[in-house]
Design a protein around this ligand. Structure first.
Ligand code: 4AD
Ligand code: MG
Length: 466
């Protein structure tokens, strides 16, 4: 038997000059057109947004095989690589042998040639990878994830894996998913009649993590510079185009960085991810620019080139109060900024990405370094066009007494955080960090308007299919 030649990816074949050579490709049929005598199949294997054109001399193949080649079917093709005379491609394959791996009944296969809405495609998330749009989005997502690791590795940061199951609430917002193996119909009870988590798997109440920060701080106070890149979970009932119940977060944490070093790192990091992706995913970004957002590439280059504005919360409140804008939510010193306020600052007022610092302590988490005014803390949020907040971070409170004071003030159970306090007792150091919501960043870079379209299988209130 003839030895089968090695499969080559479409991406590599499209730039190959081995004309006249026999090659072997595999992939899914996007379209088939032609006459009785000759057919043209657009084959895609996901390695690149472009298809390989397969030219089929129909009379040379058996009718049954040709019939099975329909949109969505999967083929293995051997043939000759030929310089193409047709429009839209430089090479094509003249098929000699075709094996149909899997058919796709045209009456029931949901992805026919006509365009589908993103909402409809969300309902068939198991198949949406096969569209140009989601192929592009998930290749870009990969490029960005790689850029994250490259950035930190090149800078000497260590990648740290923090726990998914924890017993602490890092952000103190109480938006946690409980992890328990107790019988929910008949849980063990304490003498006071409460559920007895002492009898649960870990002997205490546990939940899915909302952030790896607290553990990352412990490592930073020994390894100097670390980062996490892992899943985080929030049971907040926010049905918005920028919230997920399960999302991926990147959290660098650095000893010896103050808030200014932290801002420098955040700005440099964001610019690197954008420019790396512009350089390494040009075809996909061009496609997304053409299809969904004509200003996408321009906006991406703008973020890379322009310095971010750095100002503080109090200044932002002044600007918002003096703005001649009808906001849905009121602007008052002391209340949290909503996306509409953040977007006004970025898109209308400064026309730049913005880093806001020194928020009121009552709207931010317990761990942020307290300023001497007694009212504000050394927080920083990075605000981007179209999204608002993309990064949240701060310098951390490294002083034991001040941190303990804040924990007590907020009635946070110390027994869940003794270890976090203890590193302030032994060789504490000024340190800082931030968290980037990865999906928000993918949204920004791909121009997709809904966060559900940049994660393969979104988890949102009342939705956990697939
Ligand atoms: O501002 P957050 O809540 O900050 C933290 O969790 C800190 N522990 C980070 C740190 O300092 N190490 O979240 C950080 C970022 C937000 O700016 C946003 O981009 C994203 O995470 N984020 C979400 N993304 C999608 N869905 C949600 N529900 C999100 N909540 C936050
Ligand atoms: Mg935040």
């Amino acid at each position: 038997m003839r030895k089968e030649i090695k499969r080559i990816k479409v991406k590599d074949l499209l730039v190959s000059k081995s004309f006249g050579k026999e090659v072997h490709v595999k992939g899914w049929v996007r379209t088939k057109r032609g006459s009785k005598k000759i057919g043209f199949i657009a084959l895609n294997d996901g390695s690149i947004i472009h298809n390989m054109q397969i030219v089929v001399d129909f009379p040379e193949f058996d009718e049954q095989t040709i019939k099975q080649i329909t949109t969505g079917s999967c083929l293995s093709v051997t043939g000759t690589l030929v310089e193409s005379k047709g429009k839209g491609q430089n090479v094509e394959i003249h098929a000699r042998h075709i094996e149909v791996y899997g058919t796709a009944d045209p009456d029931t296969y949901p992805l026919q040639k006509k365009g589908h809405t993103l909402e409809f495609l969300r309902e068939i998330a198991h198949l949406r990878f096969r569209t140009n749009t989601f192929g592009a989005v998930f290749r870009v997502r990969h490029t960005m994830a790689y850029a994250v690791h490259k950035y930190f590795n090149d800078k000497g940061f260590y990648y740290l894996h923090t726990p998914i199951i924890t017993s602490s609430d890092a952000e103190g917002a109480g938006e946690m998913f409980r992890v328990s193996v107790l019988d929910d119909l008949n849980p063990p009870k304490t003498p006071e009649g409460k559920v007895d988590y002492e009898k649960d798997f870990f002997g205490k109440e546990t939940n899915l993590t909302v952030s790896g920060q607290l553990e990352a701080e412990l490592a930073a106070l020994a390894l100097s510079e670390v980062y996490t890149f892992g899943p985080t979970f929030r049971a907040e009932n926010s049905n918005t185009p920028r919230h997920l119940a399960e999302f991926w977060m990147i959290e660098p944490e650095m000893a010896f960085y103050d808030i200014n070093d932290n801002m420098d790192l955040a700005e440099d990091f964001l610019k690197f991810i954008v420019s790396y992706t512009l350089e390494n995913s040009p075809d996909d970004l061009e496609f997304l620019n053409k299809m969904y957002d004509k200003e996408l590439l321009e906006r991406l280059r703008f973020v890379v080139e322009k310095e971010f504005i750095r100002t503080n919360y109090t200044e932002a409140i002044k600007i918002l109060k003096n703005a001649n804008e009808k906001f849905e939510f009121p602007v008052e010193w002391g209340s949290d900024l909503k996306a509409e306020h953040e977007r006004f600052l970025v898109e209308k007022y400064y026309k730049r990405s913005v880093i806001l610092t020194d928020y009121p302590k009552d709207i931010k988490a317990f761990y942020m370094k307290q300023n001497n005014d007694g009212k504000t803390i050394r927080a920083m949020d990075v605000l981007f066009p179209r999204l608002g907040e993309i990064i949240g971070g701060s310098q951390r409170e490294e002083d034991y007494d001040r941190l303990k004071g804040r924990i007590d003030e907020l009635k946070i159970p110390v027994k869940e955080l003794w270890w976090y306090l203890e590193v302030r007792k032994f060789g504490t150091a000024p340190h800082s960090g931030f968290g980037l919501g990865f999906e928000r960043m993918v949204q920004f870079v791909t121009g997709m308007s809904n966060i559900r379209d940049v994660i393969p299988f979104p988890r949102t209130p009342r939705s956990a299919e697939f």
